[in-house]
Every structure is written in structure tokens, then in C-alpha cells.
Design a protein around this ligand. Structure first.
Ligand code: ATP
Ligand code: MG
Length: 620
């Protein structure tokens, strides 16, 4: 406990908490400890047999029988070998019970911890993911967990098995010659001190190793995900160097850890064998009336002690590694999940969306992203949001399903504060097509019917795909709706991915639809088709459309122009054009581009411009 520093919880606390996770496995754990007890008890037995053997060699048969009353008159010639075999069988039984049942405990614990970590990922707030890189989160599940079970179970195995072995041998030694044994025991505190000082360093180093494993995973996965960018921008050397730095760093830290344990172990050996030498000396000096068998057995038993002690000393490395892992795991498990204090649940809502004096900053930042926004969208209305990049449109969209918590102002759905709905219920009423489409490495059909929608009838999936204008390309895929789309849909084009995301939202059939740049990757023709489909979908639901291309939102009931978190203009397309403000200027610019598109008949380049231009212009 004395090694507690303000920010790191004490090892003992972490360890006790970790052992708490072993509760469900108490039965198996007990069996395995029993097994190790059996195993350890066999050690002094072996030394005992040796005594019989040596005494048998040196003394007459009367002495033999006296020395070993258990066997009675049985010939030692048969008895001793038989005894050896029996002891080893006994030891084998113990070894099996111990190892097998402990493995059940440790694998069970790994399974449980992984599941808990994963479950926590499903409920952690968005801000947590913004703050932590995915590599660290992943390596916590894959790497740290196994380290932890090292501490919880492997260490226990060593502590119990070797600890008991030492205890049994020690008792045997005391029974044989307590004076000698007392001298030996005097050196134990020295050994204890050494173990203690080494263990702190182990834990510190191990924490660093685990962090650097996270860095490695992070860099590797970033490069894997962004391999196209890496190649097209010549990032190979940069990534290679970056990975190599992290890799070397990891190796260096591992090596430092090994160095600590490698210098520690021989030093400990030296201490132990100096003790042994002293024992040998004392045995020779104080042999008294002990038989040769007694002495041989004594020295054998004493000689058996250093190995388990060494293993016990090494266990502190395992424990410290595990504690470092446990610390980071508990940190994540202790992280508060998304706040969900709402109680309102509605089977069906009308979809009236009201924003009142909404002001928002991201946690840890002073910058106001949304500045006193107020507007209302009536059920069935379509409201469009335009504005330069970074003006806060996506932020607004992500506040509606409460991806982030807003402290000032209100967002009301059907007159009820979104904070008052339960998270699950709230999100059921909102279909969001995010700016970055996310697909899973699964079939087209399962990507459309994802989550709550899983198991939707095939006809409905097909209908949604049709409405999203995705049918034409899905039918051309080798397996149609059963084609795998690859990780995050890499086997599809950007526009195809968007259409699947739209199909997903259509299938969800929620009263509130939020489309964040949902059609930005589509060519003019698909966009027109999808527009028609969306018109149908939007007809009886509240829709918030965020778009850069103004052609997609002309029909909106209200168009709001956002700038630096404020709504600077709003009205219908015609009204805004007449007003001749920002919207009119933006529209004129895009209209000119469309003109050139028509004359050049080269839709591809124009699409690129259409998407990019508004950013460029609005920045100027
Ligand atoms: P675009 O048209 O490019 O999609 P946008 O209007 O959707 O832009 P937002 O994504 O809402 O813009 O971002 C608004 C501002 O908030 C940006 O300046 C950005 O730096 C900041 N921001 C966005 N997401 C986060 C986040 N998770 N944490 C902190 N700041 C953020
Ligand atoms: Mg955005």
C-alpha cells in the first residue's frame, strides 16, 4: 500500500478487484488449488524416498524396517521403486487437476474481460472515441487482457504450487533438523526485500510496454485503412519510419523489462546459493548422530527449495505486467457510459423537431460551434441546411440523436426534450445517414437490414434498395443481395456505398430522417433518381437535409444558411434567391458550373468540382 501515488491506484486494490472477477470460478479454482496442493506434497515425499534408499544402502535390514514402519515387513527392494512410481502418479494427478482447472479459470476470465470491454465500447460516449485512438482500444482487448490473466491465474498457479512446495519442503526440513533450518530461514527477509524492489520497476515498465503495443496497433491499422492515401501521396517512407520508431520503442521497452528480470534473477540465485553453501557447511559441522540418509534427504530437500523460490520471485514480473494491464482495463470499465437519464418511451412519434437557443461546444474546447440556434421543423416538412465547411452542420445533426451532450438550449421532439427520451427509444425514431458512410464486412442485404432491422423480410430490403436507387447496381453484383461488401464496403464505389446507407435509412422508416451529405458522391443522374425516391420517402416524415449541392434541396420547405454556428439566412429557395444574399450568391456560382457541365458533357469532372467548389468559394 505504501507505493500508492496519487494517480495510480495501489497494486493491492487493483489485485483485489481483479480477484473479484474470479468469483464465478471459485469451484474450478478450488479444484485447481487442491491439485497444486497434491503436486506440492509430492516434493518432500521424493526426498523422503531418497532417505530410505540411502539408508537402505548403508545400514542393515533391521534399521531399514525401523526407518520406515509404513511398509512393515515388505522388502524395500520392491517397496522403494513402487513408492517412487506411486508418488509420481500422485504428483501427476495433482498436476493435471491444477493445470486443467486453472486453465478453465483463466480462459473464462479472458473471455469475461474481453466481453466486458467490448460491451463498454458499445455504450461509451462519442467523446471517448474522439479522445482515444482505436489502436489502443483494440490492443486493450487483444493484448492487455491476456497479460491480466497472467496475473490473475498463472501467478496464482505459481504462488500456490511453488509456494506450497516451499512450505511443504520447509516443514519437512524443520521436522528433520530445525536448527539448521532456522539458519536458512534467517536469509529469507533479504530475498523478500529484493523481490519487493524489483516488482515496482516491473509494473512501471510493463505499463509502458502496453502503451507502446497500442501505438504499434494504431499505426499499423491507420496505414492499413489509409493504404490508398499512403501510396498515392508517397507516404511509404513516412509510415515506414513511423512504424519502425514505434516498433523499436516497443522492443527497447521489452528489452529493458527483460534486463530488469535478467539481472534480478541471478542476483537472487546468488543469495539463495550462498545460503545453500552455508547450509552445507553447517550440515558437515553439526551432523551429530544423523544417518547418511538423513543428511542426503535434508540436502536434497533444501536443494529443491531454490527453484520454486526463484519461480516465486519471477512471478512478481507476471503480476506487475498483469496489474498494469488490469489498470488500463479498469480505467475503461470505470468510464461512465453515455448518460441516459431519460424515461420517456414512445411507440411512434409525429416528428416535430424544435431547436431552441441551442449553443454547443465540444468538451474540452472553448470554441462555440453552434451559437444560439432556434428553428422548428413541422412533421412532414423538409428543411435543408447549407453553409460552408466547418460551420457546424454535422455537429447539429449529431446532437439530435444525442451523440454529444449539449448543455445550453433545448432540442425537442414532439415537444419533449431529447434528454428525456431513453437513448434507445430516441434513436429508434431517427434515421441518420451520416457524412461518412459505415458499412460492415457482411452481405449487401445484412448491411441494409442492420441492427434493429436485422431479420427484415427480403422483399422489404429489396424495396428499400429500390427506393435508394441501389437496385440497379446490386443486381449486377455476382451474388446480388448476398454479395459481401468488404471491410467498410471497399468493394463498392463511393456512390454505391451512399446508396446502401440511404437504403438502410429508408428501411428504418423512422419519422425523422437526417441526411448529412447523403448524395454527395452520386453522379447527376443517380442523384436525380434518388431525389425522386427521397421525395417519396420524405413525403410523410420530418427531414433535415445537409447538402453542399444546392440542386438537391431546391424543393425544401425551408432552407437555412449556416455560418460559424449561426443561421444567417432562412427561407424557401425562391425567397432566398429574391433576397439576393449568401444563398443567391452560392446558387449563382453553382449554376454557372452546371452550365459548363452541360456544354462540356463531362459529368465526372464537374461532380468533383461541384463537391469541392463550395468549400473553396465559401472560404474565399
Ligand atoms: P462540412 O460541411 O465540412 O461537413 P460541417 O458544417 O458539417 O462541415 P462540423 O463537422 O459540424 O462542420 O464541424 C464544425 C466544427 O466543429 C469544426 O470546426 C470542427 O473543427 C469541430 N469539430 C467537429 N467534430 C468535432 C469533435 N468530435 N471534437 C471537437 N471538435 C469537433
Ligand atoms: Mg459535415
Amino acid at each position: 500500500m505504501q507505493q500508492t501515488s496519487p494517480d495510480t491506484p495501489s497494486s493491492l486494490k487493483i489485485y483485489l478487484r481483479l480477484l473479484g472477477y474470479l468469483k464465478p470460478f471459485v469451484g474450478h479454482f478450488t479444484v485447481s488449488i487442491l491439485g497444486y496442493l497434491i503436486f506440492s506434497s509430492s516434493q518432500p515425499m521424493l526426498a523422503g524416498v531418497l532417505k530410505l534408499f540411502v539408508d537402505g544402502l548403508t545400514a542393515g535390514s533391521a534399521a531399514q524396517q525401523q526407518a520406515f514402519p509404513l511398509l512393515g515387513r515388505m522388502e524395500l527392494t520392491y517397496g522403494i521403486p513402487l513408492l517412487v512410481v506411486l508418488i509420481i502418479l500422485w504428483q501427476g494427478l495433482g498436476s493435471f487437476l491444477g493445470n486443467y482447472y486453472l486453465a478453465r479459470v483463466s480462459l473464462g476470465l479472458i473471455n469475461h474481460l474481453r466481453q466486458r470491454l467490448f460491451a463498454s465500447l458499445l455504450h461509451l460516449p462519442n467523446t471517448y472515441f474522439d479522445r482515444h485512438n482505436s489502436g489502443h482500444l483494440v490492443s486493450r482487448i487483444t493484448y492487455n487482457v491476456t497479460m491480466v490473466t497472467g496475473a490473475a491465474t498463472d501467478a496464482v498457479k505459481v504462488v500456490v504450487r511453488e509456494g506450497m512446495t516451499v512450505a511443504f519442503l520447509f516443514l519437512y526440513l524443520l521436522w528433520m533438523n530445525w536448527k539448521l533450518t532456522a539458519v536458512m530461514a534467517a536469509l529469507l527477509p533479504v530475498i523478500g526485500l529484493m523481490v519487493n524492489s524489483a516488482s515496482r520497476r516491473f509494473r512501471k515498465q510493463s505499463r509502458k510496454i502496453q502503451a507502446s503495443m497500442g501505438d504499434l496497433t494504431h499505426i499499423a491499422s491507420e496505414t492499413i485503412h489509409g493504404y490508398r492515401v499512403v501510396r498515392s501521396f508517397g507516404g511509404e517512407d513516412y509510415e515506414y519510419a513511423r512504424f519502425s520508431r514505434a516498433n523499436d520503442e516497443n522492443t527497447r521497452k521489452e528489452l529493458r523489462m527483460v534486463r530488469t528480470s535478467a539481472t534480478f534473477t541471478p542476483a537472487l540465485q546468488l543469495a539463495i546459493f550462498t545460503t545453500m553453501a552455508a547450509v552445507l557447511f553447517l550440515v558437515l559441522l553439526l551432523r551429530g548422530d544423523s544417518s547418511a540418509g538423513d543428511l542426503v534427504a535434508y540436502i536434497t530437500a533444501a536443494g529443491m527449495i531454490p527453484k520454486p523460490i526463484r519461480q516465486l520471485s519471477e512471478v512478481s514480473g507476471t503480476i506487475q505486467k498483469g496489474l498494469a494491464g488490469a489498470e488500463s482495463i479498469f480505467e475503461q470499465l470505470d468510464e461512465a457510459p453515455e448518460t441516459d437519464r431519460g424515461t420517456v418511451e414512445r411507440e411512434r412519434i409525429e416528428g416535430r423537431l424544435e431547436v431552441r437557443n441551442l449553443t454547443f461546444r465540444y468538451a474540452g474546447s472553448e470554441r462555440v460551434i453552434l451559437d444560439d440556434l432556434s428553428f422548428t421543423i413541422e412533421p412532414g416538412q423538409m428543411v435543408a441546411l447549407v453553409g460552408r465547411s466547418g460551420s457546424g452542420k454535422s455537429t447539429l445533426a449529431s446532437l439530435i440523436p444525442r451523440f454529444y451532450h449539449h448543455a445550453q438550449g433545448k432540442i425537442l421532439i414532439d415537444g419533449i426534450d431529447v434528454e428525456d427520451y431513453t437513448l434507445r427509444n430516441l434513436r429508434r425514431h431517427i434515421a441518420l445517414v451520416a457524412q461518412q458512410t459505415s458499412l460492415f464486412n457482411d452481405t449487401v442485404a445484412n448491411n441494409i437490414a442492420y441492427g434493429d432491422l436485422a431479420g427484415a423480410p427480403r422483399v422489404e430490403i429489396e424495396r428499400a434498395a429500390e427506393a435508394a436507387y441501389a437496385r440497379e447496381f446490386i443486381d449486377q453484383l455476382s451474388e446480388g443481395f448476398d454479395t459481401l461488401v468488404g471491410e467498410n464496403g471497399v468493394l463498392l464505389s463511393g456512390g454505391q456505398r451512399q446508396r446502401l446507407a440511404i437504403a438502410r435509412a429508408i428501411l428504418k422508416d423512422a419519422p425523422i430522417l437526417v441526411l448529412d451529405e447523403a448524395t454527395s458522391a452520386l453522379d447527376t443522374e443517380s442523384e436525380r433518381h434518388i431525389q425522386k425516391a427521397l421525395d417519396r420517402v420524405m413525403a410523410n416524415r420530418t427531414t433535415l437535409v445537409i447538402a453542399h449541392r444546392l440542386s438537391t434541396i431546391e424543393k425544401a420547405d425551408v432552407i437555412m444558411v449556416m455560418d460559424q454556428g449561426r443561421i444567417i439566412e432562412s427561407g424557401s429557395h425562391a425567397e432566398l434567391l429574391r433576397a439576393g444574399g449568401h444563398y443567391a450568391r452560392l446558387h449563382a456560382m453553382q449554376f454557372n458550373e452546371n452550365e459548363t457541365e452541360e456544354t462540356k458533357k463531362s459529368p465526372k469532372t464537374t461532380i468533383g468540382m461541384e463537391i469541392n467548389q463550395p468549400h473553396e468559394h465559401s472560404k474565399g
